[in-house]
Design a protein around this ligand. Structure first.
Ligand code: ATP
Ligand code: MG
Length: 420
């Protein structure tokens, strides 16, 4: 133990568990990579104003959860709390929307920071894989993203998750609903902060998790009853495409992402084994965001899935991913000459694309074999002086236990052919 510990609300990813995180990131991004999404990477921090405008002044993220800092040069920056604003900023800055075909489809993977009250599934540093499709309004695009997330979760073996779906309307019908909702909310018994929220962002009140608030919301007007014809038709098409793809979802009239630029399709992935932190991912359409950060009108849709909570969901369902052993071959050398030769064999194996490791350091056969067993390697190569005199090493198949001498210069081909 050192004098230091990981900061509150954070944790380290260490082997062997870290392999699961890599596999989850890989599984979530795999369907995107084969569906026309290109990889984007943006800085871990941005101008604080980007998030203030891009995430919303009235959100918890901006008012309470942001890590902000002033640089020595006087710039006001924030560690990124989410990915969408940064990705859109990057796409606009590089004029990707002018350079190629729309939509611009991008995916990302990285660390995000929110100053939250740490608890299971809620950390101050967490990781997301996300996708954004920028510049096109097409219900098939909304459906595509939901289908790809569903595919990603299923490829991991997850079953106990649900997709909640709603439409938030557009600049045509949302304001009418907003007013009706404000009228309703003003008649309720609410605390000061929530009352302020009614003026700034009334939809977010619907997202309140407190029981005493929730029970007052039972008769709140529903956006469903206010959708304009265009929004209604758009939403029906998204639903039809999901159904045709065999992706099950639940209509959730109360699902909101209460930012002004969120429009139409809104969805959340919830897992039933996670308790309070049940949202494993979420997303939706944000047709107004580009203009909010100074860009042209670019209707877009995206999602972000939480890697940490996805790993917790795997645990909750008792799923152990079938991960390959880190190495396939483990070499044990006894004596100086054997070390030199087998080290060369290990290097050759690696060049041939066969994962291999070597038992380093001075120790006896027993110690070396312990390392070999722990490595989980399928094959062990052992060579001592007597083997060298015959120009061979012992190749042991750790699965069958069978062992045979193989000429040193034939080891790579022999192992290659046994692996098929
Ligand atoms: P919640 O309602 O749980 O606070 P959120 O609406 O803030 O979630 P989003 O901003 O939509 O979450 O982020 C997408 C996903 O990122 C979430 O569904 C979740 O899996 C993950 N996530 C968000 N905040 C955290 C956190 N503090 N720790 C771990 N994962 C998080
Ligand atoms: Mg949150």
């Amino acid at each position: 133990m050192s004098t230091f510990q990981a900061p509150k609300g954070t944790y380290d990813l260490l082997p062997p568990a870290s392999a699961v995180y890599l596999a989850v990131r890989d599984a979530i991004s795999a369907p995107l990579r084969t569906s026309g999404y290109g990889y984007v990477e943006t800085p871990g921090f941005e101008d604080v104003e980007l998030f203030a405008r891009g995430v919303g002044e009235s959100t918890d993220i901006v008012t309470k959860e942001m890590y902000t800092l002033t640089t020595k040069g006087g710039s006001e920056l924030a560690l990124r709390p989410e990915g969408t604003a940064s990705v859109l900023r990057a796409a606009l800055e590089a004029n990707l929307h002018k350079a190629g075909n729309l939509p611009v489809k991008l995916w990302y993977s990285g660390s995000y920071y929110r100053y939250e009250r740490p608890q299971k599934g809620r950390y101050r540093h967490f990781s997301q894989v996300g996708a954004e499709a920028i510049g096109t309004e097409d219900p098939a695009l909304d459906a595509e993203l939901i289908i790809l997330a569903d595919q990603a979760y299923r490829s991991l073996g997850l079953r106990d998750f649900r997709i909640l779906l709603n439409s938030l309307g557009d600049k045509e019908c949302r304001p009418v609903y907003r007013e009706a909702l404000q009228g309703f909310l003003r008649g309720l018994d609410l605390d000061e902060e929530t009352r302020r929220r009614i003026d700034i962002n009334p939809l977010r009140v619907l997202d309140d998790k407190r029981a005493e608030v929730r029970k007052q919301l039972v008769d709140a007007p529903l956006l469903r009853d206010y959708l304009c014809d265009a929004c209604r038709a758009y939403h029906e098409e998204v639903r039809a495409l999901l159904a045709a793809a065999g992706v099950g979802y639940e209509d959730d009239d109360r699902l909101v992402r209460g930012l002004d630029y969120y429009t139409r399709t809104t969805f959340e992935f919830v897992h039933d084994g996670l308790g309070a932190q049940s949202a494993v991912g979420g997303g939706g359409r944000y047709d107004g965001l580009s203009e909010m950060i100074g860009g042209p009108a670019l209707p877009s849709v995206g999602w972000a899935l939480g890697v940490d909570r996805t790993v917790l969901a795997l645990e909750a369902e008792g799923i152990t991913l079938a991960l390959p052993a880190p190495v396939t071959v483990y070499a044990v050398a006894l004596g100086e000459e054997a070390r030199r030769l087998l080290f060369g064999v290990v290097t050759a194996l690696r060049k041939a694309g066969i994962a291999a490791d070597f038992s380093y350091g001075e120790r006896g056969l027993k110690g070396h074999m312990k390392n070999a067993n722990r490595s989980g390697a399928r094959f062990t190569i052992v060579a001592g002086e007597r083997d060298l005199a015959e120009g061979v090493a012992q190749l042991k198949d750790m699965e069958s236990g069978e062992q045979s001498p193989v000429a040193l210069d034939a080891l790579v081909t022999e192992i290659g052919s046994r692996l098929g």
